[in-house]
Design a protein around this ligand. Structure first.
Ligand code: FE2
Length: 251
């Protein structure tokens, strides 16, 4: 592990598909546990479980997420893995978000009704995106746009994101985009956003043991070369800590 990460007591990952049989993440609790072991060994001590919601493919209920988080935490204790899993969701941009929140059907991060992980489609920014972000703000919920660096329109023009940041949205960039494992366009965009101080959180968006494991430390090392240690540490500790505790983020 990096020497400066030893100073960080712990890292916090706010985006991980860690619960089994809900989406395209692990299929069994055994796989979930193996992913958790990798995360813990990397220095991650808290992780928000964020199954896909409202993406038209997976019909995941809040109740199922809460139940599986409880089971996984018990297994982590039994297996002496130093990691706590918190409830959340990776919420696809959808007109039904506000209604779903009103009905208490959609999970915010750590069920705190303060921050919501918001996923755009991969190719475009839909025309209604800014309005959804605005409506969430009015409802007192701050959206964190997940992995904008993987969106084709944003890769072509990352400055498009300023109009979302201006109205209070935060940005979460994925660790493997920073390291280049997603590809050169994702890496270029991620580094551009980091250099322009537009990134608020780094997260793994982990899906499996091999293809997208829950590892943050390598991306933090890369980010520290671009931003320095203090700012890169904030992306995996101070900022995600404020988010899971529902506190205001100093940006
Ligand atoms: Fe995700």
């Amino acid at each position: 592990m990096l020497t400066f990460l030893k100073k960080v007591i712990m890292m916090i990952d706010i985006h991980a598909h860690i619960l089994p049989s809900l989406d395209d993440g692990p299929r069994t609790f055994q796989e979930s546990l193996e992913m958790c072991r990798i995360a813990s060994e990397d220095g991650i001590r808290k992780m928000v479980a964020t199954p896909h919601i409202l993406n038209g493919i997976y019909d995941v209920k809040k109740k199922d997420i809460l139940e599986k988080v409880e089971i996984l935490n018990k297994l982590l204790k039994d297996n002496k893995i130093e990691l706590e899993v918190l409830p959340g969701a990776d919420v696809h941009l959808h007109e039904g978000i506000i209604e779903g929140l009103k009905k208490d059907e959609i999970l915010t991060i750590n069920n705190g009704r303060r921050y919501l992980l918001l996923e755009f489609p991969s190719q475009i920014i839909p025309v209604e995106a800014r309005q959804v972000v605005f409506k969430l703000q009015v409802a007192g919920i701050l959206p964190i746009i997940s992995h904008p660096e993987r969106n084709f329109a944003i890769q072509d023009n990352p400055e498009l994101l300023t109009k979302f940041i201006e109205i209070g949205a935060l940005l979460q960039v994925t660790a493997q985009s920073v390291t280049g494992e997603f590809g050169s366009r994702e890496k270029k965009c991620a580094h551009w956003l980091l250099k322009h101080n537009m990134v608020h959180v780094l997260a793994t968006d982990a899906h499996s043991i091999n293809a997208r494991p829950p590892i943050l430390s390598i991306a933090v090392k890369k980010a520290s070369k671009l931003l320095g240690e203090e700012k890169s540490r904030a992306l995996v500790f101070e900022n995600p800590l404020a988010i899971i505790e529902g506190r205001e983020l100093r940006v």
